[in-house]
Design a protein around this ligand. Structure first.
Ligand SMILES: *[C@@H]1O[C@H](CO)[C@@H](O)[C@H](O)[C@H]1NC(C)=O
Length: 153
């Protein structure tokens, strides 16, 4: 447990250093003149206006999809289950939940038990929370997608 926490905070610290000055291609190059497109961050989408890329974000609880049938923000219960957290609970801060950060409904946030009780925290910019297959912490969206198997069909 302790090891997992140390790794977790290590990743958090790394995240702050790494997120400075990086931007993904999705937000820089016009990919379409008349359609929205998504990026690694499942909450975000982009469109082109006068040759410039405009970034926007789905409302809280909605996620961006662009496939043969849909292009837009969908509520989490209509998303691929591997891409969303449904029905997460505020941890009671006993047992395992006391020692490890826990997933929250917002995939880029997590609960941490502190002396104040369960606290909802956000991952650093450009990262989202993973707790599966031995991975625990905030990971870059591209890693988050592959670890969670949340990739386009
Ligand atoms: C498009 O994405 C939605 C949400 O993930 C899914 O329900 C639908 O089946 C997808 N359509 C295609 C053609 O993949």
């Amino acid at each position: 447990m302790l090891k997992a926490l140390i790794i977790f905070f290590g990743i958090l610290a790394l995240g702050y250093a790494a997120s400075v000055g990086t931007a993904s291609d999705a937000s820089e190059v016009c990919q379409s003149q008349d359609e929205l497109w998504g990026g690694e961050d499942i909450r975000k989408f982009y469109f082109c206006l006068d040759g410039k890329v405009i970034a926007d974000e789905c409302d809280s609880g909605y996620y961006f999809v662009n496939n043969a049938t849909i292009s837009g923000c969908l509520p989490s219960d209509l998303m691929k289950p591997s891409c969303v957290n449904l029905d997460t609970k505020v941890p009671d801060c006993t047992g395992t939940s006391k020692l490890q950060p826990q997933a929250a409904d917002d995939v880029a946030s997590f609960y941490l038990c502190t002396s104040e009780g369960a606290t909802l925290l956000s991952c650093p910019d450009g990262k989202a929370f993973v707790s599966q297959d031995g991975y625990l912490g905030c990971f870059a969206w591209s890693e988050w997608r592959s670890l969670r198997n949340c990739v386009d069909d």
